[in-house]
Design a protein around this ligand. Structure first.
Ligand code: PNS
Length: 182
């Protein structure tokens, strides 16, 4: 018990929220490191990212994370909509985990962490990105991929497969020598 009689939260789940549209190798690195620090990590996929309409459905985003983290015994994947602080309180998470890729991430993440703590009483722990991954973002990965660039070093294998399938749906018939209109 804490000094005011409430149960300590430290042993409960760490929640790692994000859009994961799609998950990158940088996200996976943060999850693996969080899983080695905390007894349980809950990756929480936001249903409607505020930035823009996601490329991948909620189910696709969750399935990619489940496939990429199946080697981690203490990682679960869920989703939430609305306020993160409300969801954190609802499930009784002990801590929020966020990755910081570059120094400029810090300003916004600091304010967000303070707001989340004010709303929920739950603190945020920042994990600095591995320098090998600090330039990798979901939006850059999508841009490079759909412009024909190679991305296999930037996303887990499970994500690569889903992205290739998505590209085949979005561009069903690339012109070939056989079907090219004359
Ligand atoms: O991967 P992202 O897009 O950087 O993740 C952002 C996310 C989902 C963590 C953030 O947008 C979020 O917490 N959204 C929930 C809405 C919310 O709680 N807003 C108030 C923040 S203080």
């Amino acid at each position: 018990m804490t000094h005011n009689g409430t149960p300590p939260r430290a042993a409960s789940a760490a929640i790692y929220p994000g859009s994961f549209d799609p998950m990158t190798i940088g996200h996976l690195d943060v999850i693996e490191r969080a899983a080695s620090i905390f007894p349980r990590v809950l990756v929480a996929v936001v249903v409607n990212p505020q930035k823009r309409e996601p490329l991948f459905t909620l189910d696709e985003r969750k399935q990619m994370i489940i496939a990429a983290t199946k080697h981690c015994g203490n990682v679960d994947v869920t989703d939430f909509r609305g306020l993160l602080a409300g969801f954190v309180k609802q499930i009784g998470a002990g801590v929020i985990v966020k990755g910081l890729r570059v120094v400029s991430d810090f300003e916004n993440e600091m304010a967000t962490a303070l707001m989340n703590r004010s709303l929920s009483g739950v603190d945020t722990v920042f994990l600095p990105s591995d320098p090998r991954y600090s330039f990798i973002s979901s939006s850059l990965v999508k841009e490079v991929f759909f412009l024909g660039g190679e991305i296999e070093h930037y996303v887990p294998e499970a994500v690569l497969q889903v992205m290739r399938a998505k590209r085949a749906i979005l561009r069903p018939t690339e012109p070939t020598e056989e079907n090219r209109p004359s």
